[in-house]
Every structure is written in C-alpha cells, then in structure tokens.
Design a protein around this ligand. Structure first.
Ligand code: HEC
Ligand code: HEC
Length: 218
C-alpha cells in the first residue's frame, strides 16, 4: 500500500514538473536576460535614463539605424553631428521632427550626444543589398566626382564631412535630391554643384553604392 502512495506522489511530482517546469525555466531565463540587458545598458552610458534613449526609436540602438530612411549616427564625426543639431535648431536645415527636438537640447546635451555617437563603431548596413548594376554605376560616379577628397579616403567622414559608407540608402538618396533642388544647403556650395550635376538615376545609383559599402574601421 505504502509503495502505491510513493509511486502516486512521484507521478504527481512528474505531472507538476511537466506542467509548470517550462514556465519556471522560462522565468529564470527571462530574469537572467533582464539582468544581462541591465548591465549592458549601464555599460553603454551610466544609469537610466540616457540622453541618447530619445534617439533610439528613429536612429536605432547606439545609432545603428534599422531603417533605410533614417540616418545612422554611429561613428559620425562629432563636429558634423554638432553642426547638424545646431542647423536643425536654427532652421537652416529644415526638418520638423529634428527641429523641435534640437531646440530642446542644451549646448552640453549636444556635446554629450555628439561625443556619444562619434564613439560608436559603425556597423555594416545589413538590411540593404544593392542592385549590382546600380552599385557599379554609383561606384564609378563616386570616384569620378572625387567624393573621397572631403568625405575621407574610405568615405568614413572626417570633421565637418559626414560618413557616407553604409549609411541608409533612402536617406542618402533623399539628401542628394535635397542638395540638388536646393532644399538642403551647406556653406561651401559643393554639394549643390555635385548633386545638381548628376541625373536623378545617377543620384540613386550613388546612394545605392554608398549604402552598400562596408564601413572601414577608423
Ligand atoms: C521621430 C524620429 C527621430 C528622433 C526621435 C530623432 N531623430 Fe534625428 N533625424 C530624424 C530624421 C527623419 C532625420 C533626417 C532629417 C532629414 O531628412 O534632413 C534625422 C537626422 C538627424 C541628424 C542628421 C544626420 C546626418 O547624417 O546628417 C542628426 C545628427 C540627428 N538626427 C540627431 C538626433 C539625435 C541626437 C536624436 C536624439 C536626441 C534624434 N536625432 C532623434 C528623425 C529622428
Ligand atoms: C568639397 C567637399 C565635398 C565633396 C568633394 C563632396 N562633399 Fe558631400 N558633403 C560635403 C559637406 C561639407 C557636407 C555636409 C553638409 C552640411 O554640413 O550640411 C556634405 C554632405 C554630404 C551628404 C549628406 C550626408 C548626411 O549624412 O546627411 C551626402 C549624401 C554627400 N555629401 C555625398 C557626397 C557625394 C556622393 C560626393 C561625390 C559625388 C560628395 N558628397 C562630395 C562636402 C563635400
């Protein structure tokens, strides 16, 4: 009789483990994951909240955009990010979202954000695959027009000149069109001359080539 009680109990325990075991294991794993994520978040810039959290929704985690229409900020030179935030705030670069956001930042915030994004290692734009024909055409135009003279030998940007390698495809195309139409301006006037000198299809090819370039390590 006693043996049956033990067997019954063991069977009951097995049933309980089968029903609740996966949940308990899942809960343990979730807690482990939360702790690891918490640690990584702190290592990325101190206690919650980070100033850069506001930017993540559009510019991606650590400035690695997951959307071709939003620019990646990772590895963008600090001087360039600063100049753009100032231009958005002043309205000399027109964008409704970035304008009001930039006006809400103090000079110290701008410095902190520019240093933070400049310090992130740029990642390959792996959500975009260029059409081979467009890529080759774009590559020829980039060489022929001497883009590397300002944007750096590997097109990774320097000082006031932005990184182009691995930037979002649709973002690049939109900027080249904006320079060509005069909707976006810059002090040297070079970008207007170059972009307006390219046919729309060529601007699209240049954007595809640049977006598909793997960022070089600086
Ligand atoms: C709601 C979406 C959104 C949020 C949030 C946002 N941005 Fe932007 N940002 C944009 C868009 C869209 C553009 C491109 C504007 C254009 O087309 O000229 C942009 C452009 C920029 C640029 C220019 C990039 C370049 O390559 O020229 C910088 C710098 C920038 N944002 C910084 C920030 C920072 C810093 C934050 C957080 C404090 C932030 N953004 C938050 C949408 C956003
Ligand atoms: C004489 C220097 C110079 C040359 C050459 C040059 N650029 Fe630029 N480019 C600039 C400057 C300066 C800016 C930043 C403008 C600003 O501050 O808004 C810029 C910005 C850009 C942007 C906007 C990037 C962003 O993140 O918003 C793109 C795209 C671009 N250039 C593409 C090109 C291409 C393609 C070529 C070659 C066909 C080229 N540039 C050649 C000076 C140059």
């Amino acid at each position: 009789m006693k043996r049956f009680v033990w067997i019954g109990l063991a069977a009951l325990l097995l049933i309980i483990a089968a029903i609740f075991g996966p949940d308990a294991w899942g809960l343990y794993k979730l807690q482990h994951h939360v702790t690891a994520a918490e640690r990584a978040y702190r290592a990325d810039g101190g206690a919650w909240p980070h100033l850069s959290d506001t930017c993540t929704g559009c510019h991606g985690p650590q400035g690695h955009s997951r959307n071709q229409a939003y620019p990646s900020l990772a590895g963008q030179p600090a001087a360039y990010v600063t100049a753009q935030l100032q231009a958005f705030a002043a309205g000399t670069r027109a964008n409704p979202t970035m304008g009001s956001l930039a006006r809400s930042l103090s000079a110290a915030d701008v410095r902190q954000l520019a240093d933070y994004f400049a310090g992130q290692r740029p990642a390959a734009n792996d959500t975009f695959t260029p059409d081979p024909g467009q890529r080759d055409r774009g590559g020829q135009l980039v060489v022929a027009n001497g883009c590397a003279a300002c944007h750096g030998e590997t097109l990774m940007g320097q000082g006031a000149f932005p990184r182009l390698a691995g930037q979002g495809r649709d973002y690049l195309a939109a900027q080249l069109d904006a320079f060509a139409s005069g909707a976006r301006t810059e002090p040297t006037g070079t970008m207007y001359r170059l972009a307006a000198g390219l046919a729309p299809a060529d601007r699209a090819a240049v954007a595809s080539y640049l977006a598909g370039l793997a960022p070089a390590s600086k």
